[in-house]
Design a protein around this ligand. Sequence first.
Ligand code: KG4
Ligand code: ZN
Length: 341
Amino acid sequence: MYILAIETSCDETSISVVQDTACENRILSLVTRSQVKEHQGYGGVVPELAARAHLTNIEPIFNQAITQSGITLKEIDAIAVTAGPGLIGGVLVGVMLAKSLSISLNKPLYGINHLEGHALTARLSHDTPYPYLLLLTSGGHCMFVEVLGFRQYKLLGQTLDDAAGECFDKIAKLLNFDFPGGPALEKKAALGEHKRFTFPMPLKHSAEPNFSFSGLKTAVKLEIERNTIDEQSACDIAASFQFTVGEIFKERTSKALEYSKHKAERLVMAGGVAANQYLRGILKQLCEGRNIEAIFPPMHLCTDNAAMIGWAAIEAIQNYVPPTEIDFQPKPRWPLREIKI
Ligand code: KG4
Ligand code: ZN
């Protein structure tokens, strides 16, 4: 089974051909273009510019993805596309292409929830068996989900305000680091002293495994305003902030493991922030101490990509989920619990 998958929900235009074979060769092609140039000057993703860039780039990316896959359009069995949640202008670009392909090739169409794509990535990359505890941490989301089976997602806790990725991006912007902020901040943090500044850990020890990052973001902002920020101070603030996020992840993950009714044997980290090597190390250490397997998808599958969308469609097909109606409406907001079989 060959799936052509499209992802355009934020600032990555990504198209992939995936197949339902052994783990090592599932991804026949994956072409992803990040819109770094478009948003650099603004220090954040501008939705209107993102939608336009998807529109400009999607055709060449589609052609590259098909060529690299080594198969022809006729051989494609189904089309998968991110149908939300995300920036609606971008989602629409992907959905329009997916609908056109579905009609012209007469192939079934699967509208996939972007969060489900992240949630199942470890199954694409590692064949991770169900059940597992998922820490999904990206630019828009930060949550613990018990993934008990396909479309059996139990939300244990989530951020009450900002997402961790958003915090990385905002602080990177305040420190004049390159765009995108998350990876740039990680590089600078490696050159800094994490003990120089002490930042708060909101919700520390609170009973439910929720997150809160807005107080941390404000504390870092105030520290930046209080100091003259030379090169070294910027690195020290980055290191102290990243260290605090690590401590928060450690404490909150311990809480989620206690809170979960199913004794987790596996912890999966997914979403863009899971590309952070320091944070991976922290969670790996935590799991080693508790005899839990820690699973991290490769970095290019942690950040937004179409292969995870194609894989979610493969699981949908394997679970006899009927194709999505051709006239479906994309959803800017679409919580995991509202996915219907
Ligand atoms: O999953 P993703 O690509 O898009 C969303 O669905 O949001 O996640 C993007 C987020 C951004 O906030 C980005 O700064 C963050 O993931 N990110 C990182 C790193 N790489 C990406 N955050 C910290 N360290 C990184 N290395
Ligand atoms: Zn994402």
